[in-house]
Design a protein around this ligand. Structure first.
Ligand SMILES: *Cc1c(COP(=O)(O)O)cnc(C)c1O
Length: 397
């Protein structure tokens, strides 16, 4: 008998290991195989099949397939949602929400601090080409969110912690405000992952994850997911996967499934290491500022303590008392931490976000001199700290 129906009573770590895996019916293998086939056998009489939707028995890999389904099962369990769709990237998941749920004349309120593609989509593409009205709001301020809601507002989209500044927005308070106004709330949970924060349990309608980051965790596959009520996920699946073609490859779904097994173990290390690194940086005179939700002085610390569990995520931002060139020399001196975009990989990654960022006007003052986003990896905390220490010494700080 399938073990699957008993899973919901188990803890997060047990579900991370087991959900979505089962004994392969054909070979008896205790790991489900990778199914790279594009097409699946049709029933004897296919006339009743709905060719342009998805779900149920797989038909064609752009409508859904075996490995996609296994991963969806795991993620909906970990996020505590009714349904899940996995797509080709985090951006496919974000654009999936916007294209499936909005039409011209609708209004969206969104966070001032978001992944850059959200800014492109909601500030430029959707208003410019599709007649969707949008307002950028400091969503760490609930009164500002309230003031931005209009009769045609359909969606509030927030990111918390926000990329790249780690701004915190109050998920439960914004969910309540949204629902009082008949508005949906979507939350980009990528910086936290479901081990550290579960927006649906706090009242959000949709959680979006870049699986490329913590959930895969090994820096070798891209994917995205949206989790929420079946009625909403069905629309996103049909529009974004079947009609717009944002399907994930079965191989990437399999890799992410394997990575997700150790999410709780890795996340514990990310969260602990990031706090240790933040405290170290905070103590250094050469460091202009450190922004990490786990630090008492972070503006969103009290809200983060309420809504984040098991820690505060693995990403922090900081700046040095130094000019542009010195920031770059600091990165060049690092030996453990790698200079690259992305985050949530096993290895520590740093990126310098210079003063020429067009969205700088949306960031707090302290970020204006150029700053680093540091994704703290699961190496020994001491090695990461020693690496920062020796690089500070190289640049004379
Ligand atoms: C990386 C990232 C995304 C985009 O994900 P991709 O998988 O790169 O498309 C979305 N949101 C946040 C917060 C991210 O960090």
């Amino acid at each position: 008998m399938s073990k699957r129906k008993y899973y919901e009573e188990f803890g997060f770590q047990t579900r991370a290991v087991h959900v979505g895996n089962d004994v392969d019916g054909e070979t008896g293998a205790i790991r489900r195989p990778i199914t790279m086939a594009n097409s699946y056998e049709l029933p004897e009489d296919p006339t009743d099949m709905n060719w342009s939707s998805a779900g149920g028995k797989p038909l064609y890999t752009r409508n859904g397939g075996a490995n996609q389904n296994y991963l969806q099962e795991k993620l909906k369990s970990l996020e505590g949602g009714e349904d899940c769709v996995v797509l080709a990237s985090g951006v496919a998941a974000l654009s999936g929400i916007f294209f499936a749920l909005l039409k011209s004349g609708d209004h969206v309120v969104f966070s001032n601090i978001t992944y850059v593609a959200v800014y492109r989509l909601l500030n430029e593409l959707l208003p410019g080409k599709y007649g969707i009205e949008t307002t950028i709001v400091d969503t760490s301020n609930i009164d500002a969110v309230r003031a931005a809601i209009k009769p045609n507002t359909k969606l509030i989209h927030i990111e918390t912690p926000g990329n790249p500044t780690t701004q915190i927005s109050d998920i439960a308070a914004i969910a309540q405000l949204a629902h009082e106004n008949g508005v949906l709330l979507s939350v980009d949970n990528t910086f936290a992952s479901p081990y550290t924060q579960r927006p649906i349990e706090l009242g959000a309608d949709l959680t979006v994850e870049s699986l490329t980051k913590y959930i895969n965790g090994h820096g070798d596959a891209m994917g995205g997911a949206v989790i929420g009520a079946k009625s909403l996920i069905d629309r996103i699946r049909t529009d974004s996967m079947v009609n717009l073609g944002g399907a994930i490859s079965p191989f990437n779904a399999w890799l992410i499934m394997r990575g997700a097994v150790t999410l709780p173990l890795r996340m514990r290390e990310h969260n602990n290491n990031a706090l240790a690194v933040a405290r170290y940086l905070e103590s250094q005179k050469g460091v202009r500022f450190v922004s990490y939700p786990g630090l008492e002085k972070h503006k969103g610390h009290e809200i983060a303590k309420r809504q984040m569990i098991n820690g505060f995520g693995g990403v922090l931002a900081f700046g040095l008392n130094a000019d542009h060139g010195t920031h770059n020399r600091f990165v060049a001196a690092l030996r453990v931490i790698t200079s690259a975009v992305s985050l949530g990989h096993d290895e520590s990654l740093i990126v310098f976000l210079g003063e020429n960022d067009e969205r700088q006007y949306l960031y707090p003052e302290e970020f204006h001199g150029g700053f680093f986003r540091l994704s703290v990896g699961i190496e020994d905390a001491n090695d990461i700290i020693e690496d920062l220490k020796q690089a500070l010494k190289v640049i004379g700080l």
